[in-house]
Design a protein around this ligand. Structure first.
Ligand SMILES: Cc1ncc(COP(=O)(O)O)c(C=O)c1O
Length: 398
């Protein structure tokens, strides 16, 4: 048989650290153990009825391609939503994408040539790695720490890693995996560096609504950076519609817009029916987000309180998104997460989390950290956190 190889790029693609423990979870379930899934950002919240209703009432007889930049009605709804958020964003600043994931790949591809660099702050949303490999670019990680709530490094530390290959700085606010909400000073710090060094500022703002304390600053509200700001967005978490695969990119830079449009034309269009559903969801008022935010705040409090009952855990209370990254009193988060699935249960139950190292690009980082997604109801979360506490004790007394 002739020997054929996959590309070097394909070989570099990392497996998702969030999904790689799934076979162990499946085996635990086969043994009859109930697994609390805190490993993945899949909320249990129902997708709003308005979304389903719009899809059920779709009356076209052909499910046709839509425009590559997005369906006109949906673009108008998005622009209106941003204006309600206080952001002056017009329909022709927006490209609808197939999930926020595609918005990120489009942005990376539009600003970088192969070999170029984007600065990121680790721990970061792990799929940035896979997107960077697809775009043949290098992520340059700057480490943030549990001890100070994973806030951003100083301007001097950021500037130290800028090279002639650097094209942008990318961040997620509020953050997945840490739940950190960056202060206005931190966002302004990034803006000033981007202006000084002629860099793009890429902001992943898919968790914009989920803020429990403090004030949120969008990249699209910053002065003096119109041409350099790119926002990545999605309905996946906003409306608990992860399977819809509808996201979008926002830019006022017309060259970036055109590049993203051409990328969009190559893949024809994003899902038609789901844009119809999403357009209806964007008509929901503020009460929807108030209800969701209150629910997630309660969940965060339960998880945080539970973590504080595990002695020697390092974790500042995060202010946004629906994740907590905690430094647990364990020495190997991968091994511990596996142990929880293969060797432990408390009263027939166990917990699945995402081990920290997968959220870092630097070797050896995150070894004691795990990410918890608080996507279950408070009753289940209480039980899960007690189970986790007993799991840590069992692991450390093996
Ligand atoms: C920070 C962040 N950005 C982007 C995405 C991708 O979202 P989508 O489902 O819209 O592709 C996710 C999904 O979990 C995320 O957490």
């Amino acid at each position: 048989m002739a020997k054929v190889n996959i590309s070097g790029r394909a070989a570099l693609l990392p497996p998702s650290p969030i999904r790689k423990l799934i076979p162990y979870a499946d085996q635990a379930k086969k043994r009859g153990v109930h697994v609390y899934h805190l490993n993945i950002g899949q909320p249990d919240i129902e997708t709003p009825p308005e979304f389903w209703h719009a899809i059920n009432n779709y009356s076209e007889k052909v499910l046709a391609y839509g425009n590559s930049q997005g369906m006109a009605d949906y673009l108008d709804k998005l622009s209106a939503y941003y204006k309600r958020c206080g952001l002056d964003i017009n329909a022709d600043d927006i490209i609808v994408t197939t999930g926020g994931s595609e918005a990120i790949i489009f942005a990376m591809t539009a600003i970088c040539d192969p070999g170029d660099e984007i600065i990121v702050f680790e721990p970061f949303y792990t799929n940035y790695n896979g997107f960077a490999v697809q775009a043949s670019i290098n992520l340059v990680p700057l480490t943030t720490n549990a001890e100070d709530g994973y806030h951003l490094p100083s301007a001097a530390d950021i500037e130290k890693v800028i090279t002639d290959k650097t094209r942008g700085i990318m961040y997620c606010n509020p953050n997945n995996p840490t739940g950190t909400l960056y202060t206005i000073d931190e966002i302004n710090r990034l803006r000033d560096i981007a202006i000084k060094h002629n860099l793009y500022l890429l902001a992943d703002e898919v968790y914009r609504e989920y803020i429990y304390e403090g004030e949120y600053t969008s990249v699209m509200s910053l002065e003096g950076i119109n041409n350099q700001a790119i926002m990545l967005d999605s309905i996946s978490k906003r409306y608990s519609a992860c399977g819809a695969r509808v996201g979008n990119l926002v830019t006022r830079n017309k060259d970036i817009y055109t590049a993203a449009l051409h990328l969009g034309q190559a893949r024809l269009c994003s899902p038609t029916l789901e844009q119809v559903g999403a357009a209806a969801a964007y008509e929901l008022g503020d009460e929807y987000f108030e209800k969701m935010t209150n629910e997630y705040r309660r969940r965060r409090d339960v998880v945080y309180d539970g973590l504080m009952k595990i002695e020697d855990t390092v974790c500042l209370k995060p202010s946004g998104a629906f994740y907590i990254m905690a430094k647990l009193p364990i020495d190997d988060a991968e091994d511990f997460s596996k142990f929880m699935l293969t060797d432990f249960d408390y009263d027939g139950k166990t917990v699945m989390m995402a081990p920290g190292p997968g959220f870092y690009a630097s070797d050896g980082m995150g070894k004691s950290e795990c990410r918890i997604a608080y996507v279950l109801n408070t009753g289940d979360l209480k039980d899960a956190m007690l189970t986790l506490k007993y799991g840590v004790e069992a692991y450390n007394s093996r």
